[in-house]
Design a protein around this ligand. Sequence first.
Ligand SMILES: Nc1ncnc2c1ncn2[C@@H]1O[C@H](COP(=O)(O)OP(=O)(O)O)[C@@H](O)[C@H]1O
Ligand SMILES: [Mg+2]
Length: 356
Amino acid sequence: MSRLTVGILFGGASSEYEVSLMSASSVLNHINREKYDIVMLGITKDGKWLRYRGEINDIKSGNWVNGNVTPAYVVPDRALHGIIEIGEDGTAKATKLDAVFPVMHGKNCEDGTLQGLFMVAGIPFVGCDTLSSAICMDKVVTHTVMDNAGITTAKWDYCTADVLDNFEPYAKTLAERFGYPMFVKPANAGSSVGVNKATNSTQLKAAIKIALQHDKKVVIEQAVVGQEVECAVLGNRNPVASVVGEIAPKAEFYDYDAKYISDTTDLFIPARIPEAVAEKVRETAVKAYRALFCTGLSRVDFFVRANGEVVFNEINTIPGFTHISMYPKLFEAYGIPYSELIDKLIELALERKFMI
Ligand SMILES: Nc1ncnc2c1ncn2[C@@H]1O[C@H](COP(=O)(O)OP(=O)(O)O)[C@@H](O)[C@H]1O
Ligand SMILES: [Mg+2]
């Protein structure tokens, strides 16, 4: 096959901008340069699009913005099939892209909006399409689809700011349904941003207010007691599930700090669960993946109760991709090394373009 030109997108107008810089640096360090010509495209936290030609090391630190950058945009015009770069003298230069890998997380990146741009432009891209990305980003919609597919989730409800006007009766209804503690999260966020545990109605109200800073919709769940496990899924029509991994946060829960800052979480690959339970996790991961119309990749996260019951927590259509992130590690354990995983993802992006 001739060399492909692949756009690697990083950053993004998202609360997970910094996480994307880490994920994308790792992808850039592992992608096979013999096979692909790479075009690096960074999007700043306030949404500026820039082609970057500097060192990969400066991406992680955030210094890339001050480096060798030129305004550049993915354009919707299918004839161009790529980006337009605007030079200092105002001249426009087009570069064709065979595929793009948006290594970006969260709002404006993983939620179908960006995917819509690639679909309009007719550019094959790694990951789920617009519909699936949007469904998976929104925990209310995801939970609704899971209920419909017969996949167990924690007992849940959602609310908007309206409940704050007459809060006590609402808190009472939830307490009767779930009991405390409860988990409160923005419907659309990620990386544990805005997620809090509440053990009484005062904390519940405070947690809802925090979550409302990130989204108009807030999900409230019964706290599940059990192990947290994750399963990576890869594929279009015939998705495969990886080895199951486990995260064991030493903190109260797997919050932003535990995920990216302090060294307070142990990872176990494979998860410390019986093989039959791991098989159930893999089956349920693929069932969820199909029910949510996923293609390309997703990481499906679960709780496993002491009795072996598997409870769906959430799905990430563009999971963390650093070399220590679960998704690549789980497929490495399955037998697909990191750089081959990137090859497969690009192949799946190209294949999907021709699927009806
Ligand atoms: N219902 C729940 N029961 C127990 N722990 C939970 C529950 N929901 C979330 N958590 C904890 O909070 C973390 C972040 O919640 P999650 O739904 O995964 O949001 P995010 O999309 O931000 O990762 C989880 O990894 C887990 O540690
Ligand atoms: Mg999570």
